[in-house]
Design a protein around this ligand. Sequence first.
Ligand SMILES: [Zn+2]
Length: 441
Amino acid sequence: MKVSTAKYKIMVSANTPRKILDEISSFSPIGLTTDLGKYLGVPLLHSRVNKETYREMCDKVQAKLSGWKRDQLSLAGKAMLIQASSSAVPIYTMMTTKIPNSVCAHIDKIQRSFLWGDSEVKKKVHLVNWRQVCLPKTMGGLGLKDMNQVNLSLLAKLGWRLIRENYSLWAKVLQGKYFHDKQFLTTDVKPYNSFTWKSIMKGCEVLKQGIKWRLGNGEDIEFWNDIWLDNFILRELAINLVPVEHLQWKVSEYIFDGKWKLNILRGLLPDHILASLEAIDLQVCCSWKDKVIWKLSSDGKFSTSSARSLIRGTPPSVDLSIFKKIWRIQTLPRIKFFVWLAYLNKLLTNDLRWKRKMVDLPSCSLCSSLVEDVLHAVRDCSHVSQIWQKMVPSFMQSSFFSANLNDWFILNLNYGVLFRDTIPWPTVFFLLGLEILEVEE
Ligand SMILES: [Zn+2]
């Protein structure tokens, strides 16, 4: 292979002695440098990182969005643009670098302002909080991404590759430098470690929470510290103090001749754990190597989306099936977004405007009702209730008009009857949503 020396540089530390620099120059035609410059607006190597380091990147995110006439875009259109353009900008950097939380928050803010239509002089009402907006659609959000979660999940992915691709050159280089006598997962971060390594170790913290070992010959798994038997860390279940010299023992060190060394383990672990150990077919296991698996996916492989859900924490214990139904209906995206907002009780009604001190009265401007809340706007206001009365099958009318907001959506989205024997009721319900949406707008 012919190497174009002009396109390459050898990176040297600023502290490298002159003698070594001369030595390298004597055998290599490639020039030396202490600074690799920028890639996609971000310095490739940085000793000290702050908001300024990423200013150009934030400007790019902003520029991607400011080209659009947001006043002419629906909420659906804006969410799509955020996903398709701006949120892709920081991804490359985030794969290997922990961007400061303040920078992640700044990018979130740019996207949030675009979504709800803020201008430099006027902030608009953010109808749904960003935390919820960043949940997957099936969990009640819009599927936009919290940048800090994206960043950590990408770094966790790099850690995952470091374990799985430990035969590759890049992994061997990192191993040689940072954890040559240890496993990656049990490595500690040192204050003098490089910024990149510290970033990878932040991803490692996420990784540790989502992985477990599948037992093979037991030569790589630490018996007491790793998760390999169900979801236990055996050290936490010990009934007596585990001798210090045992703490780093591998699983294989407790196996002899295809059997557990029960004489040692019996005094350290409770009977039900010993029974679980005995249930393992050691003869079969010994024929393959230990393997790290990702416990949040059915195939044991890492995914950034499951890592993000791990970072988000336990989902709220509410019925989420309704959201699946909302997004699955075949209709215009902006109707779905309208229904999503209405179901969350977040339409910008006069009642909400009044609560936010934007108007003097919560009353409806189309009829004489004293309060225009969501249910009034979408069902009870005289002009919409007339439409519903004509369309809703007669035997459904009483429950239709008496249900509260939550039950009303559940009723309409689950209703299995065909309207005029042809169209499923949920589709009709959504189409009428469009009529209402147009009146509202
Ligand atoms: Zn009204």
